[in-house]
Design a protein around this ligand. Structure first.
Ligand code: MG
Length: 499
């Protein structure tokens, strides 16, 4: 790992420590907000949040700091040092290119549009949300123009979440998987597979908590630096390198949701835990992008936990807390973990159909920003798309285009990163196997530490030093490609469903 030695960059990093501390405090408050905060504290918390955020903005846009970044950028820098400059320039730009008036308008609109979206979803009334979404779309187009007039607005928005990503990349990747995956899903549906009885088996919450913790211990969760709590939507939050929080959730049946969410968040959390200590408190002390982050969670969830080896070797462990499993063998659990069933809700979707939700969202938001379709056409485009890709008829907008919160929060350009993570997760497995042989063998022998070391060496330790594409080229000598996921999916599901 290359260290930071240049004096000017050292100074920058020193100044940044205050921003880091404010960010760390906001993270902890954000985690608390979703887990233990008393309900009536939300206004006070909102207040404290906005004051701290303003302080960060003040530091990030201070003239002397911007001058320091500029000065440092003219030095002869090594990879780590120039990455400090790159990352700081990116965040400073997002703060300083947007006029104050615009930021005020944005925050007013977004707090209102989220409330309207929530009501529209409950009352299944897209018309109610329509004028607000129109404003959000226009606002995003204007935002993109403020940030970089020379690029297509949707490319500017994509870059906010996945540095360097463009529509050309996403069109290619999603174009390659859209029809083959949809065909695979249709082939499975046409066989009318019997759904697993395991979905309806009720579990005892205390046992499930114990099981999730046993699984975390098995995978290498570090109790001195990580903890798990409960929230309505599972998430992972970094307070600092040595303070990683994850959450999961408990219903009373369908135990795979709880265990797979736990393992998914473990993947996110391990990424940030294993960043090289030299990057502590620097702007590089975070996962480099949403897509690369999601590849880490999806790798543990899909490539490890949904494997036959994992279900097989851990059957007794699962049975030790879930007594109903004595009626089922490990093959039943494997099929239950990998059940493909076209459904309306993205967050409940399986490994295959999930991508169809994302591809459709992507096409719609891309066409909205490129002004190829209008907001009022969304329900029709969504319903036709779901019918075409998954072969099911959407019964209501609440179960259709209104289900996801992202657009109401102003997040356009975010959705593609979910599937990019899924695709890259499969690519990592391919590369692991090229070097070390079957991943299933490692899982069979519970060598999770060795799998984790591989991820650390190839991805984690670098933090944000390399842009997503550069990181993938450096570590794997490849670009992110959809072919690995497609091969993996065809092979796995043809076997499960006897196609
Ligand atoms: Mg995730």
């Amino acid at each position: 790992m290359i260290e930071i030695e240049n004096k000017k960059v050292k100074q920058l990093v020193k100044y940044y420590e205050t921003i880091w501390a404010l960010g760390s405090s906001l993270s902890l408050m954000g985690w608390d907000n979703e887990t233990y905060m008393p309900e009536n504290a939300s206004n006070d918390r909102g207040n404290a949040n906005s004051k701290l955020s303003l302080l960060i903005q003040k530091h990030m846009t201070s003239k002397s700091f911007l001058r320091k970044i500029e000065d440092a950028s003219k030095e002869n820098l090594n990879d780590t040092e120039s990455a400090v400059v790159r990352v700081l320039k990116r965040s400073a730009k997002n703060y300083s290119c947007l006029p104050k008036r615009f930021i005020e308008e944005e925050s007013k609109l977004l707090s209102k549009s989220q409330v309207v979206w929530r009501n529209a979803k409950v009352s299944n009334n897209f018309k109610e949300f329509e004028p607000y979404l129109e404003k959000v779309v226009n606002l995003n187009i204007r935002k993109a123009e403020f940030l970089d007039k020379s690029k297509s607005p949707y490319d500017v928005l994509l870059d906010l979440y996945e540095e360097g990503l463009t529509q050309v990349d996403v069109n290619r990747m999603f174009g390659e998987i859209k029809n083959p995956l949809s065909n695979l899903i249709m082939q499975i549906s046409s066989k009318n597979p019997k759904l697993s009885d395991l979905t309806n088996e009720k579990y005892d919450k205390e046992s499930m908590i114990r099981l999730n913790n046993k699984v975390l211990d098995l995978l290498g969760f570090d109790r001195l630096r990580q903890r798990m709590d409960v929230s309505s939507h599972p998430f992972s939050q970094t307070v600092s390198k040595n303070d990683q929080r994850i959450t999961t959730r408990y219903k009373d049946n369908n135990f795979k949701e709880s265990i797979l969410a736990t393992i998914h968040e473990f993947g996110h959390s391990s990424y940030e835990r294993e960043i090289d200590s030299n990057l502590n408190y620097t702007p590089l002390d975070a996962g480099v992008s949403l897509g690369i982050h999601e590849s880490q969670s999806r790798f543990w969830e899909n490539q490890v936990a949904r494997s036959r080896a994992f279900c097989n070797v851990n059957h007794n462990l699962l049975k030790s807390e879930l007594s109903f499993l004595s009626k089922y063998n490990s093959e039943d659990v494997y099929r239950y973990f990998n059940e493909v069933k076209p459904g309306f809700i993205r967050v409940e979707a399986d490994e295959l159909t999930y991508n169809m939700h994302i591809i459709l969202r992507y096409e719609i938001e891309r066409d909205l920003i490129n002004q190829k379709i209008s907001v009022k056409e969304i329900p029709q485009v969504w319903n036709e798309g779901i019918d075409r890709l998954l072969g099911i008829k959407v019964p209501s907008d609440s179960l259709g285009c209104l289900q996801d919160i992202h657009w109401s929060m102003g997040s356009i350009g975010y959705f593609p990163t979910y599937s990019i993570g899924t695709l890259f997760g499969a690519q990592i497995k391919h590369n692991f196997e090229k070097e070390f042989g079957s991943l299933e063998e490692y899982i069979n022998n519970s060598k999770y530490g060795e799998i984790a070391s591989y991820l650390k060496e190839k991805i984690h330790k670098y933090g944000s030093i390399y842009k997503p594409n550069d990181l993938v080229r450096k570590s794997f000598n490849q670009d992110i490609s959809s072919s690995y996921f497609l091969d993996y999916a065809k092979k796995k599901y043809s076997q499960i469903y006897d196609l």
